[in-house]
Each structure stands twice: as C-alpha cells, then as structure tokens.
Design a protein around this ligand. Structure first.
Ligand code: GLN
Length: 487
C-alpha cells in the first residue's frame, strides 16, 4: 500500500529497492481513480505525465542518486490549483481562467522538481482561495473523507483531503488566513503555514499578497519538516522572500521539549468554541505539559479585532490583485459592445458569488472617503495584533489553541451566512496578520469520529520550535496515524 506511506517511509523503501517510484505513483493514481469521484480532491491530473516523472525518478535511483541529494526523489506530491505548474492547467477553481495552462513554473515547484518529486495533479480549493469550506469551488465542493456529507475545510480543502485519504503522499496549499491549517485540522492531517517571507510566492496566484504563504500538508510532522526544507529560502523573483539561511528542519526533531514555554491565550475561549473541541485541546495541552512543557496563560488583547481587520485588508488586496482577470490577459472572455462591456461581462460570468462579494467589499474599503475609516484603521489594528504576539513571545516560546472552533460542518450549512463562515477562521487569521508561523496537528476525534486539530503558533522564523513540539507530541500520541475508511 505505497500510497498510505509518509514521505520518510516511502523514501526509505525506495532507497532499499523494496518499491519503485512507478509503483508508488501508480498506487496514488489508482487511489484517485477509486475514490476521487466521490471526494473530488482533484480538479485535474495527468496520469501519463506523472508516470513519466516517476520513471525518470526510477532511472535516477538506479543510477545511485540518493535521498540525501534529492530528498523527494520518487515521491508523489499534489498541488493546490493556485500554484503554477508549467504546462498544466491553472484555474484557481474559477471559471474565469477557462482552459488556461501556466506558461511557467512557481519557484516552489522548481524546488520540488529539483528535489526529485513527482508532481501529480491539481487540487480542489475555494475559488481564488477565498473561503473556509471548499464550497466556493467552480468545480463543486471536495468532501471530507471522515464523513462525505461534510466539508473538508478550506480553502486548501483538496490538499487536505488528498493527503488524509492517501491519494498522494503530501501536498502543497496556501494560507492567507488559515487555509492550510483549518482544512488540515478538519481532515486529520498536518498543515504548516510558514512565516511570511520564508517561502517564495513566485507563481502563487495572489489573493492577498501581504498575507499569502505557501506551505505543506502532510501525514506527520517529520514530513512537514522535510517539505519545508525543500520549499524555503530566498528567491530573487519574490522581493518579499527573506534572505535568511534555511536550517535543516528535520534536525530540530529531537523529541525534547522540556522547558518549552507554551502560552494559552485567555481570549481564545470564544462563545462559538465547541465543547468537544475544547476538551480535546485541553487534553493535548495537558500532554504537552506531561512532556515537560511549561504552560501558562497569556493575553493577546486585540484578538477581537482580527477577523474584521483581516476581511478589510484581505479584500482590499484581493480587489487589486484580481483586477488582472479582465478578459484581455487570461482565460475566458465574454464579448460585449466595447472594452468596458466586455470587461464587465467577462467578470460577471467568470467570478463566483464570494469572489464578487470580496471584490466589492475591497473596492469599497479602499475608496476615497472610506479609506481612512476602514483600510487605514484595519492596518493599525494589524500592527496592534502583531505587537500582541511579539510581546507574548517575550514570555513564551509557542502559543497553543484549537485550530478551528468546531469540527467539520455539513456541506451547505453555512453557505448562506458568510459571517458565520468567516468565524471558522477565528483562531488562524491572526497568525497571517502578525506574519508569524503556525501548524495544525491532529489531537483527537469528536464523538461523531471527526478529527480535531491543535494549533501551535511560533515566533517569526520559529518553525524549528513548532516542528520539534509537534513531533514530540506525535511521539506520544497516535492521532496522526488514524485514517478514514473510504473505499
Ligand atoms: N477563510 C479565509 C478567507 O476566506 C482564509 C482563506 C485563506 O487562507 N486562503 O479569506
């Protein structure tokens, strides 16, 4: 069952010649063929191309190329449909891009290829990464493998489903306000949002450029460290990527968290927090204490402004970023009488409801007269939120919370209530506003057998500590090993 393996398990077997990359890739493709009709994690995949990449990996393995040189040699990895892969479709789960194929490769994809990965397909998501449930996909929602009547979370829902249901070994997602961590939590896998600037955004279709960050979804913390090793680093093509050395993140996984100071923010006891989620997180925190961490209460006093500030800043940036989809440069065009009519008809037909709602909101908060009242104030709130975190990190090494206030909800339950939907991100959004790093790891199941995620937040560029703690927790629990039964 090669598709059920982690990266480190698979590479060990490939190196020992117990398996080939072709077999591993075929196993993932068979799994997709068997279950993805129902789960809809994938928007597109090209089996022939994947097998050709696997064959090339097998040739390298036969020539003696090691996983030290190419840590992902022969490992099938799937990609959120918002990250450009050369000559593959790039739709951002929107109708507006039509049959657009990317003419170039995102930096993270070049890095995956240099590391020997087999890039196997395009994963479902909320249109332009706007949403928390994958219901905003123009291709229809992906489904949670633990209960297919439920959402997988979003916006990287396909990335979480594909990993949790063993359709690939690991995947990439993007996180603007929680879109890696929240679906990882709801599907029972690991999702890491790196510090802003750790990973190049070149080739990531921009939603909110000051908040977006690419990161891995994986089956365990070690795999997250392996993926982060590969995708991190400065990139001349992205001026917001930070010229800072990339440590060996797997080297941080020493199981030792004695003395790690962990903060529990008192503001995170919100009204919508499901009691079952709270109790699983409380148990996980007690486990961390048992492992030697020192837990104390902290305060992040401006937390209540996070969602409002986020939805002003993110929509403002989105309204500018999405101006490029105008019927001229990319994808679909709906003809009209003259360019303005063509432009309006194209955008009217091409964008979904939620994207339109956000473009309108973003244009409004940036308009003269409202700019000071909304956008500027949101930026000030953002600074206060970041300062809360930096102050807290003088006292503690990590901050812990639930990843999501509830387990996966039913498909359709919140589609008519955008504000309720926005509250799904209450625990994740602040990390993007503060430009810090965060991870979600499985920490239990509700009585309905739905996964619950524990979120750890770390200092800017504190990914080593996050991963060390996540890994130590995994060493003494087995939540991350549970798999949904989908056939
Ligand atoms: N759910 C949030 C939103 O809709 C976050 C999305 C994301 O991180 N891409 O904006």
């Amino acid at each position: 069952m090669p598709h059920t393996l982690t990266i480190h398990e698979l590479t060990a077997r490939l190196a020992a010649k117990e398996l080939t990359a072709g077999e591993a890739t075929q196993a993932c493709l068979d799994r997709v063929a068997a279950i993805d009709g129902e789960l809809k994690a994938f928007i597109d995949h090209d089996a022939k191309d994947a097998l050709a990449q696997a064959e090339a990996a097998d040739r390298s393995l036969a020539e003696g190329v090691s996983h030290d040189a190419k840590p992902l040699l022969g490992v099938p990895i799937a990609i959120k449909d918002v990250i450009a892969v050369k000559d593959q479709p790039l739709s951002c789960a929107s109708k507006i891009l039509g049959k657009f194929n990317s003419p170039y490769e995102a930096t993270v994809i070049s890095k995956l290829r240099d590391a020997g990965a087999v890039v196997i397909g395009r994963l479902n998501m909320d249109e332009f990464a706007m949403g928390s449930s994958t219901e905003n996909s123009a291709f229809g929602p992906a489904r949670n493998p633990w209960d297919t009547d439920r959402i997988p979370g979003g916006s990287s829902g396909g990335s979480a489903v594909a990993v949790a249901a063993d359709e690939c070994i690991a995947s990439l997602g993007s996180d603007t306000g929680g879109s890696i961590r929240q679906p990882a939590s709801l599907c029972g896998c690991v999702g890491l949002k790196p510090t802003y600037g750790r990973v190049s955004r070149f080739g990531l279709v921009a939603y909110a450029s000051s908040l977006d960050q690419i990161g891995p979804l994986t089956k365990d913390a070690r795999d997250a460290a392996i993926m982060l090793n590969i995708i991190s680093g400065h990139d001349a093509q992205d001026s917001t990527s930070v010229p800072r050395d990339v440590p060996d993140y797997t080297g941080a996984l020493n199981g030792e968290i004695k003395g790690t100071k962990i903060g529990l923010p008192k503001e995170y006891q919100v009204a919508g927090l499901d009691p079952e989620v709270k109790s699983k997180v409380d148990i996980a925190v007690a486990k961390l204490e048992e492992l030697g961490a020192e837990v104390r209460e902290i305060t992040l006093p401006h937390t209540e402004y996070a969602i409002a500030a986020y939805y002003i800043i993110a929509t403002a940036e989105a309204s500018a970023n999405l101006a490029r989809f105008d019927g001229v440069r990319y994808g679909e065009r709906v003809e009209g009488m003259g360019p303005i009519e063509m432009h309006c008809a194209t955008r009217g037909a091409g964008f979904g409801e939620e994207v339109k709602r956000r473009i309108i909101l973003g244009t409004y908060v940036l308009s003269s007269g409202y700019y000071d009242a909304y956008y500027l104030r949101a930026q000030k709130a953002r600074t206060l939120i970041r300062n809360d975190f930096l102050k807290a990190f003088e006292e503690v090494d990590l901050i812990v919370s639930p990843t999501s206030p509830t387990a996966a909800f039913k498909i359709g339950e919140k589609v008519d209530d955008p504000l309720q939907m926005y509250l799904s991100d209450i625990y994740t959004i602040s990390a993007n506003l503060a430009s810090i790093c965060g991870i979600s790891i499985p920490c239990g199941f509700t009585s309905a057998n739905l996964p619950v995620g524990l979120q750890l937040l770390g200092r800017p560029f504190g990914e080593e500590q996050l991963l060390r703690t996540a890994h130590a927790y995994e060493q003494s629990t087995d939540w991350h090993n549970r798999r949904p039964s989908v056939n």
